[in-house]
Structure formats: C-alpha cells, structure tokens
Design a protein around this ligand. Structure first.
Ligand SMILES: [Mg+2]
Length: 182
C-alpha cells in the first residue's frame, strides 16, 4: 500500500468560508444599495458594488469585528476535517499582509484541527507543488501543474473551463479527490 498522501491546496475566501455575503451586506448598509450575492457576475466585486470605490470596499475588511460575520459554508467543517485527516492539506490564500493576521486567527478559531504551518500566503498559486488546487477564482487556477477544481459561484459560472472539475462545496471536493467523481 502506498504511503503517499496527495497534497491539496484549498483557497480560503469563497471556498472554505463565505466572505462575499457579509461583505455585500456591509456594503449595502453603508452605501444604501441593494445588491444580492447572486447578482454578482464576475469575481472583481468593485465592478458590481459601484457605489463604493475599490479602496472603500477593501476598507470594509479592516473594520473591527467584520471577520466575526464571516462564517464557514454549511458543510465546510465536516469535509475540511475529513480532507485534513486523509490528505496533506494546505490553505493557500492571496491575502493582503494587513489582513493576514486576522484571517489566520479566524481560521484557526473556526477550524481548531488546522495548524498555522498549513497556511500559505501567496499572490501566485502557480508556484505550488501540489496535486490539487481548489479555488473560486479562475485566474488562480490558470497555469500550474496541479489538478484543478473550481468552486462554483455566480461569478465564475459562465466561464468555460476546459477539463477542470467543478464542485459546489467541500463535500464535492472530497468526493472528486477521493473517488474521481466528475
Ligand atoms: Mg477565493
């Protein structure tokens, strides 16, 4: 029996927890708008949330207590734990250094079975030498020698993905990696 554990890099925002929903809610409240998460047709939020500048949108993420409202997707805990038990899991996040500390703290608080040495901060996920990359942003999956799973969202649904896998949640991700479900 092979001892090799496949290496899996999972993106954080939009894969493990839902950042967009509280971000849009805060934007709607502050800028008196009524955007629904399902209306977001592309990854770059500032193209949809037009009453705020990109800088104002980013500033929302630095507000005290904002990250308390960021919650895991419904089955993230169960399936992240399963993935973490059966495979070599890394969390790969493209995160501004100003946000890194609070995101790592929030992640370890929500998922206490993770260790901080499993967390990678990079703006270039193509350099990762892993068997799988799971991400909700198509640009992060382009290039790279890993197998690719795009986490389904309104903002990536209309892009053609060649032979990428598509998962609706971490349960799908687990099944794809473990059993090869397409
Ligand atoms: Mg993401």
């Amino acid at each position: 029996m092979s001892m090799y554990k496949q290496k899996i890099a999972l993106d954080l925002d939009g894969v493990i927890w839902d950042l967009v929903r509280p971000w849009v809610a805060e934007y709607n409240k502050k800028y008196n708008d009524n955007i629904q998460v399902e209306d977001i047709g592309e990854y770059i939020l500032s193209n949809t949330l037009k009453k705020a500048t990109p800088e104002e949108l980013s500033a929302i993420l630095l507000e005290p207590n904002f990250w308390d409202k960021v919650l895991p997707f419904s089955n993230s805990y169960e399936y992240l734990e399963k993935l973490n038990t059966e495979f070599e899991v890394y969390i790969a996040t493209k995160t501004d250094y100003k946000l890194y500390e609070i995101k790592v703290e929030r992640l370890l608080q929500l998922f206490p079975f993770l260790r901080q040495d499993q967390i990678i901060c990079t703006y270039n996920k193509r350099i990762l030498d892993v068997d799988w990359l799971v991400d909700d942003y198509e640009d992060n999956l382009l290039g790279g020698k890993f197998n690719k799973i795009i986490l389904d969202a309104s903002y990536n649904r209309n892009i053609p993905y060649l032979n990428w896998y598509r998962a609706k949640d971490l349960k799908d991700v687990y099944n794809i990696i473990k059993y090869g479900d397409k």
